[in-house]
Design a protein around this ligand. Structure first.
Ligand SMILES: Cc1ncc(COP(=O)(O)O)c(C=O)c1O
Length: 425
């Protein structure tokens, strides 16, 4: 509690400082802002990209919305920010860490060695190393360097997108439930979140999402594969959807979990960006690469959009750490490592499916490293009881019913889950 108060007061102070800088900057640097206004991205100019001038003086923009302290206040039902709040609530020894969709098999041995070897260079800003990583990603994807922006995980880029596109108000359209970080950030800056329920098979209802777009829509957010359901969107339909919709409004496609699919290249929307569509694709090294604690991710978009997002996102060489870039460089597209992770994940997932079936439970078949299943008791109580048994999980409300989202961990973690679950089911 003490800690929380201290953190908040520090951040309020920082926020006041930042606000003073911003507002000072506003009066001192009008040409910069005018420039932004004068030169919105080409496609966006006819759609919804508006310079986020009001973000700088937005009265509703609080320290909470800028610093991610939603982690301290969010209910466990509202999103991944809640993970930080859930973790310390688990008493005793955590036998199975299954609440944050991490990859316990990472970082790869090659990435660990590269990080150790890089320690002597810890005094250097990692600008050049970052250029190497960006060049590697661009070469693999066939992208111009101006279409890529890296950051400390994809989260700062989700936040940067919310601030850039929605700080003048308007709405963001997404499925419900989905990964709610970006839409809740939008709500914090006083934009509206239009939630479109998933279909009966728990996949995105693209037709309904398209109908939900109105004149105030500034962004459509699609998480594919979807968190928390682990479902995927039909690729051909998604491509059609993006081609049509992105002429009116930018579409953000969050591909955090795409590396778990058998053929990510067949599912990604990067090709559509290369064709000039107004999409923002988010990728992260936090999942299959097992680098969540190192913090590194990126977005791919039109150069003008990258430029605009860059004004309001902590990105590039000042935002990233040398070990994170080193680890990402060492493991990017390391096929043997990725295949090994996927094999272990699939073994753990099959074990989980068998456990659930044995105990008389159903589940949503998952395309990624977490699984949702409906509970037979109140969700919060279930998570607490499992926590007492050393198993960390997340609960969710879906169609007004209690569900659990379990991340796929090592086999010993899934066995710990099975033993505790048997006592409760
Ligand atoms: C769908 C999705 N997008 C983005 C993120 C953020 O990941 P990171 O900031 O670690 O890249 C997460 C984290 O779990 C996620 O589930």
């Amino acid at each position: 509690m003490m800690m929380r108060t201290t953190n908040k007061s520090i951040n309020r102070r920082d926020w006041l400082k930042a606000t003073a800088l911003f507002t000072g900057g506003l009066t001192m640097l009008p040409p910069v802002l005018q420039g932004l206004q004068a030169a919105p991205p080409a496609e966006a100019a006819v759609t919804t990209l508006e310079p986020p001038v009001s973000a700088l003086g937005h009265s509703g923009l609080t320290a909470t919305s800028l610093t991610g302290f939603s982690a301290e206040t969010a209910s466990p039902l509202t999103g991944l920010h809640a993970d930080a709040a859930i973790e310390p609530r688990i008493p005793g020894i955590l036998k199975a860490r299954l609440f944050a969709n991490e990859n316990p098999f990472g970082p790869s041995a090659v990435a660990k060695k590269a990080m150790m070897d890089s320690m002597d260079n810890g005094y250097q800003y990692p600008f050049m190393l970052l250029k190497d990583l960006e060049a590697k990603i661009c070469a693999y994807e066939g992208l111009d360097a101006k279409m890529l922006m890296t950051s400390a995980g994809s989260s700062p880029l989700l936040l940067g997108t919310a601030i850039t596109l929605l700080s003048n108000g308007g709405n963001v359209v997404s499925a419900d439930p989905t990964y709610d970080d970006l839409p809740t950030r939008c709500e914090k800056i006083k934009a509206t979140w239009i939630k479109v329920p998933l279909k009966a098979d728990y996949t995105h209802d693209l037709d309904a999402m398209e109908k939900a777009i109105n004149k105030d829509t500034k962004l459509v957010y699609i998480c594919n594969p979807n968190n928390p359901t682990g479902t995927i969107v039909d690729v051909a339909k998604l491509k059609d959807f993006c081609e049509r919709v992105s002429k009116k409004v930018p579409v953000f496609v969050d591909e955090a979990y795409i590396d778990y699919l058998p053929d990510p290249a067949a599912t990604t929307l990067i090709e559509s960006v290369k064709k000039g569509q107004n999409l923002i694709i988010a990728r992260t090294f936090s999942k299959v690469y097992g680098l969540a604690g190192l913090r590194i991710g990126y977005v791919i978009a039109q150069p003008a959009m990258i430029d605009l997002l860059g004004h309001y996102s902590a990105a590039g060489g000042y935002a990233l750490s040398l070990p994170a870039i080193t680890a990402a460089l060492a493991s990017y597209n390391d096929k043997p490592y990725i295949d090994d992770v996927k094999k272990k994940m699939e073994a753990s997932k099959s074990f989980l499916y068998e456990t659930l079936k044995k105990e008389g439970y159903t589940y949503i078949p998952s395309h990624t490293n977490f699984v949702m299943f409906p509970l037979k008791m109140e969700g919060q109580r279930f998570v607490e009881e499992m926590g007492k048994r050393g198993v960390g999980l997340r609960n969710w409300k879906l169609n007004n019913e209690d569900w659990c989202r379990i991340s796929i961990g090592r086999l010993d973690e899934m066995q710990a889950f099975a033993a505790a679950f048997k006592e409760l089911s």
